[in-house]
Design a protein around this ligand. Structure first.
Ligand SMILES: Cc1cc2nc3c(=O)[nH]c(=O)nc-3n(C[C@H](O)[C@H](O)[C@H](O)COP(=O)(O)O)c2cc1C
Length: 211
């Protein structure tokens, strides 16, 4: 029992100190908009993988490239690499890193701290989750969509699919591993992220380095 309490205390201190050190804003370098594999080769390589190397971290450049591919701005009028119904742009990317969960501010090209501490493991129950990975939580803000409730949910899930496939193709091109996950503890995670009732977690995508 004593051992268990010590372990819990140790884990908490670890989490808090990671949180205390979390930068409030990570300014991302401009994303690379050229290079990568030819599209057909990326398509040929696209696959789900649940094998990730532990203890490796993404550079800010890699994060910038990854998030831009997912749903960054690719035109002067603010439209994105991923389409959304009526250009609603309702899919926000919450990026779980070792130091905390950051909001991808695509217009400013920054990551803005939302929750300090490492919550990556809390984004899923599968053993590979949060082990040397970045967990990208797709949060649909239903208030940004028009129509009846069911229709807005349909659009949110369809729009999430494009973001997910962009991440898969980027991973295939950049020699990273990735898997999209619908098996997510949505209620607990929504609480951790402080979401309101109209912000729904659609999927989480794990991205990391191959073993
Ligand atoms: C909507 C959706 C939900 C998924 N949820 C999970 C999941 O919770 N956990 C997991 O390990 N894989 C998940 N996957 C990955 C699928 O298992 C995988 O795409 C499928 O086996 C086909 O393999 P491939 O992606 O390599 O073609 C999901 C895929 C999709 C499209």
């Amino acid at each position: 029992m004593k051992k268990l309490l010590l372990l819990v205390a140790f884990a908490l201190v670890g989490t808090l100190s990671a949180g205390e050190n979390a930068e409030k804003t990570l300014v991302l370098p401009a994303p690379a908009k050229t290079g990568g594999l030819p599209l057909n080769e990326a398509l040929a390589n696209r696959h789900s993988s649940r094998d990730f190397a532990a203890g490796k971290e993404f550079t800010l450049q890699q994060l910038s490239d990854l998030l831009w591919a997912a749903s960054g701005i690719n035109r002067e009028d603010g439209r994105m690499t991923a389409p959304t119904a009526s250009n609603s742009q309702e899919i926000d990317l919450y990026v779980a890193l070792p130091a905390g969960v950051y909001f991808y501010n695509r217009a400013g090209n920054t990551l803005d701290l939302l929750v300090a501490g490492d919550v990556r493991k809390a984004t899923g129950g599968q053993p590979f989750v949060g082990q040397g990975t970045v967990e990208i939580i797709l949060v649909a803000d239903l208030d940004k969509l028009k129509g009846a409730d069911a229709q807005r949910r349909d659009m949110a899930y369809i729009d999430s699919g494009y973001v997910s496939q962009n991440l898969y193709l980027f991973a295939a091109s950049a020699n990273l591993n990735s898997v999209v996950r619908a098996w997510v503890p949505r209620e607990a995670l929504a609480q951790t992220l402080g979401l309101n009732a109209n912000q729904i977690i659609t999927v989480v995508q794990t991205v990391g380095f191959p073993k």
